[in-house]
Design a protein around this ligand. Structure first.
Ligand code: ATP
Ligand code: MG
Length: 418
């Protein structure tokens, strides 16, 4: 038997209801904050990701699904959404009327990482991006929106971690200080970090190898190197979060795995997921739109790990599978035909009706009715057809009432909706 690809997964009925609920909750909330949905392709030219995420990052170095298509183009399954949303913004001149635009998008991402709990090769993200706003208020508002989403989903064990990565003005001094430290610690770093030390020292701060984290515990903090504009910006973000009563902690090791971030970066972490504690991450990327060929327009966004969020929400609420509203048990050919007509009529009025199209015995149909979870069963056979009345059975009380066939739709709808 052919199995699914390692690191990929099916989201089955029973679980998918939760995904739908999260999706609906997120889009309703985001729309209330002025975001519009955008849908982007799952594949792009490799260069888009290489240029935006950065050549020396884990994602570009070793996690992307890249291949040459039959026409010789290098293509990549998207490892994240921001680059594509920025590309669409530039390509379709979505800034033309007003550079301020807010978008959200929900869909699969692909990274060839080592599969484990909370880490897949096809995983899903809920993304939000804001273009054209430099004010720190939007940074705080995005974090507020995230926190609100989690609380609407009854996820409480959440903490916001924030940091500032500075800007091209102040970062070089920090990088220098970091490089000096790394030079002194070369022997204790993993081989990846030894290579990163010279090419992209900030990546070392993001390494998950325990010995590297240990070595970096006394690393310099970017917050000590911020230029005055970056410092004012960061102070304002913190003040605004206080005002919104969002509790946060400053995490100087939070540098995020993508090169394009500037100033505010943040992550929402939870204690309920074990090692994969980050449920959402994001930050400001003021230079990205320009780097991808657009104008000098600031940007900021976040990505929620949908799989991890679904996992946490399901810990609180294991079963929300939708049950049938009514089961129609029909005996004999004529009754089957009636059941078929009724089930179609119920379906278009929003009543979920199940029937047994295999024409089983009454006993087997009642068993199926039980399994369908329906609270009511409508029973018809030759006798009922002749008398023009069907039997409606309440599965909880076992009480049975007769209802006129010509009123079946109205009566059942009224009973089921009560
Ligand atoms: P991590 O530190 O866990 O590797 P990341 O920094 O690589 O995360 P981002 O690129 O910021 O992750 O993506 C945002 C969110 O997407 C993460 O916080 C996480 O919840 C989720 N995510 C990232 N990679 C995976 C994956 N392979 N499987 C499932 N979820 C993922
Ligand atoms: Mg990662």
């Amino acid at each position: 038997m052919i199995q699914l690809i390692r690191g990929f997964k099916d989201i089955l009925p029973g679980e998918v209801e939760l995904w739908q609920k999260i999706e609906q909750t997120a889009s309703a909330l985001f729309e209330d904050f002025g975001f519009k949905e955008i849908r982007i392709p799952i594949m792009e030219h490799t260069e888009l990701f290489a240029r935006s995420i950065g050549e020396d990052t884990d994602i570009v170095e070793k996690e992307m699904y890249t291949f040459m298509d039959r026409g010789g183009d290098m293509l990549t399954l998207r490892p994240e959404a921001t680059a594509s949303v920025v590309r669409a913004y530039i390509q379709h001149k979505l800034y033309a009327q007003d550079p301020v635009r807010k978008f959200y998008t929900i869909g699969p991402m692909f990274r060839r990482e080592r599969p484990q709990k909370g880490r897949y090769r096809q995983f899903y993200q809920i993304n939000a991006e804001v273009f054209g706003i430099a004010s720190p208020y939007i940074d705080a508002q995005l974090i507020f929106m995230l926190a609100t989403l989690f609380s609407r989903l009854s996820v409480t064990d959440i903490k916001a971690h924030i940091n500032s990565l500075g800007c091209p003005q102040c970062r070089p001094q920090f990088k220098q200080a970091l490089s000096d430290l790394l030079a002194a610690k070369t022997e204790v770093l993993c081989s990846d970090c030894q290579r990163r030390s010279s090419r992209n020292p900030m990546r070392v701060l993001d390494c998950k190898v325990p010995s590297c984290r240990e070595a970096m515990s006394d690393a310099p903090s970017l917050s000590d190197y911020l230029c005055s504009d970056c410092k004012t910006h960061f102070d304002m973000v913190k003040k605004s979060l206080d005002k919104l009563k969002i509790s946060f902690e400053i995490d100087k090791q939070l540098v995020r795995g993508l090169d394009y971030y500037t100033r505010t970066t943040f992550e929402l972490q939870t204690g309920s997921l074990g090692a994969q504690s980050a449920v959402a991450g994001g930050g400001r990327y003021d230079g990205l739109i320009k780097a991808l060929g657009g104008s000098d327009i600031p940007g900021i966004g976040f990505a929620i790990g949908f799989d991890r969020l679904a996992e946490i929400v399901s810990l609180n609420r294991p079963d929300i599978e939708k049950k049938a509203d009514i089961f129609i048990a029909a005996l004999g050919e004529k009754a089957q035909e009636k059941a078929f007509e009724w089930s179609c009529a119920f379906g278009i009025t929003g009543i979920q009706a199940e029937t047994d199209m295999a024409n089983g015995s009454l006993k087997s149909q009642m068993k199926k009715a039980d399994r369908s979870g329906a609270d009511y069963v409508l029973i018809i056979g030759d006798k009922e057809l002749e008398q023009g009345a069907a039997v409606l059975r309440n599965m909880t009380t076992k009480e049975q009432t007769e209802i006129l066939m010509e009123n079946v739709l109205e009566s059942v709808t009224a009973t089921v909706r009560r």
